[in-house]
Design a binder for this molecule. Structure first.
Ligand code: ADQ
Length: 479
């Protein structure tokens, strides 16, 4: 295939991110792809400029070429903090109560997508394959088509896709979805989100969806499929085996002095269900006073999107809840919740996962969730910990041997914590072996390979989807 042009909102320059040690799942995955296929990663630098000039900052680090642009303060407000993070993110995570519909946000979103298109257009050569990422850039392909780009263009949506009835609350939803149909391939994390999308194009646009999930639109044939993202398994296994991981493991173990450890690792985001998780842990402590003093919850939650009010709000809520729960259950030599607002290098994170008896991965809604997969990969197969996983994370569709919970049910999560802590070794081993096989087999290379092969293939899907979506005739349940 030709070169790969990856386009995403932010670009994570490999060496800089490595030094900071807190690259997210998307960054790790895309760097792997670019090292393998060659090409360019284009996006916003994260920097502000007084006036947009379109100047491209080209760099090559650790085998990856990046091209970035700076954005004006108004762009950042309206496109990034506005339409992306105050309109689409909450709506796509079923939080219509937090979704803000502001005309300026919509205009800013379109303006920045135009700016992305103007800037990346000269970089695209005839044989290149273009891969666009996420909800920030849904109309970008249609703008590129308007400029005459005829290359294969794929889109991968990392978030959930909302049910049609929720999406219909977005002004100009029809225009947004129609613009997405200028891609050749549209990928979702799971069949659930895929089915919601197919339902929309059938019911709202009256389009036909073929048995192989192809959509015919204005003479174009679009393939829509689920491509579940995974972790970089070999890279993460190396991290687990590193001296830094062993040190982090020992440091955490020594600090709890024989107590059991529950761990949560999440960006500080309302979709991750942190408040409900803390309440469930408090319920567990109240229901099992004999265990109080013997179990610690380590919650690592680096702040994100701090310029958005709902994120400031969740941060305050969690600080209040932590104080309240610790005040009620702490003793002179014991604090039940260790709440840490910072990122850690991946090696250390791997050590923390391995030291934890139970992982609480309880988002209220999540496209996939890579923390669940990292936790499984970090366990000692001879004495593994237990994964408690939200049924509303995309990861739950494949990780069925985890203890699946409804994160809204404080009672159920509290009972499941008790069950996880008491799970016999043979059951832990049995469940872990199955989970590990799924995490290893569906790792990031598999995801990249499946997506890129589908995108390269002009004649349609390379093979049947692992779990083909049914053709929904009714609205998929808002599970
Ligand atoms: P996120 O919402 O960011 O990603 P997730 O999949 O959990 O969620 O990935 C988070 C990544 O950040 C993990 O690799 C984790 O290790 C890392 N991380 C979190 N806290 C950290 C900390 N304190 N220190 C260091 N690293 C930390 C979006 C979607 C998800 C989807 C991914 C990938 O919301 O549903 O799984 O993209 O597609």
């Amino acid at each position: 295939m030709g070169r790969l042009i990856v386009i995403s909102n932010r670009v994570s320059v490999p060496s800089a991110a490595g030094a900071a040690g807190a690259q997210g799942g998307l960054a790790v995955a895309l760097n792997s792809a670019l090292r393998t296929h060659g090409g360019i990663w284009f996006g916003w630098s994260g920097q502000e400029t007084a006036e947009f000039t379109g100047h491209l900052d080209m760099q090559r680090n650790d085998g990856v070429t990046t091209a970035t642009i700076d954005l004006e303060p108004q762009d950042i407000d309206e496109y990034y903090n506005g339409y992306a993070n105050r309109t689409l993110w909450p709506l796509f995570h079923y939080r219509i109560d937090l979704t803000e519909y502001d005309r300026n946000f919509g205009e800013g979103y379109e303006r920045v997508n135009e700016r992305f298109a103007d800037s990346v257009f000269p970089l695209i050569e005839p044989d290149d394959i273009v891969w666009i990422h996420d909800y920030h850039l849904l109309p970008l392909a249609s703008i590129l088509r308007g400029k005459g780009v005829q290359n294969r263009i794929g889109l991968f949506v990392h978030t959930p896709w909302p049910p049609t009835r929720l999406l219909a609350s977005l002004p100009f939803h029809d225009r947004l979805v129609a613009s997405m149909l200028q891609h050749d391939v549209i990928g979702f994390q799971t069949t659930e989100w895929l089915e919601s999308f197919l339902h929309y194009v059938q019911k709202e646009m009256g389009l036909k969806v073929g048995l192989d999930n192809t959509i015919e639109y204005e003479g174009r044939r679009i393939v829509a499929r689920a491509f579940p993202i995974g972790i970089d398994y070999p890279e993460f296994s190396e991290a687990v085996a590193s001296p830094a991981a062993a040190e982090a493991h020992d440091r955490l173990k020594a600090s709890v002095r024989g107590r059991k450890i529950l761990i949560g690792v999440d960006r500080l985001d309302y979709s991750k269900g942190l408040g409900e998780r803390f309440e469930s842990f408090a319920r567990f402590l109240s229901d099992h006073p004999e265990r109080t003093g013997n179990v610690v919850l380590l919650q690592i939650a680096p702040p994100s999107r701090g310029d958005v009010a709902s994120y400031q709000q969740i941060r305050e809520d969690l600080e209040r809840k932590t104080g309240h729960i610790n005040g009620a259950h702490a003793d002179v030599d014991f604090v039940p919740i260790r709440y840490v607002n910072r990122g850690y290098p991946r090696n250390q994170l791997a050590g923390f996962y391995r030291a934890a008896d139970v992982a609480l991965v309880t988002p209220l809604r999540d496209g996939m969730n890579l923390v669940a997969k990292e936790y499984i990969a970090a366990q000692d197969p001879e004495d593994p910990g237990v994964l408690v996983l939200s049924q509303f994370a995309g990861a739950a569709l494949r990780l069925k041997d985890a203890l699946l919970v409804n994160p809204h049910s404080v009672e159920q999560v509290a009972e499941t914590i008790q069950r996880a802590l008491d799970m016999p070794l043979d059951e832990r081993r049995r469940r872990h072996a199955k989970l590990l096989a799924a995490v290893r087999d569906e790792d990031v290379s598999h995801w990249l390979d499946q997506f890129l092969r589908t995108l390269e293939d002009e004649d349609g899907p390379v093979e049947a989807a692992p779990e083909p979506a049914t053709q929904p005739t009714t609205e998929p349940a808002c599970s």
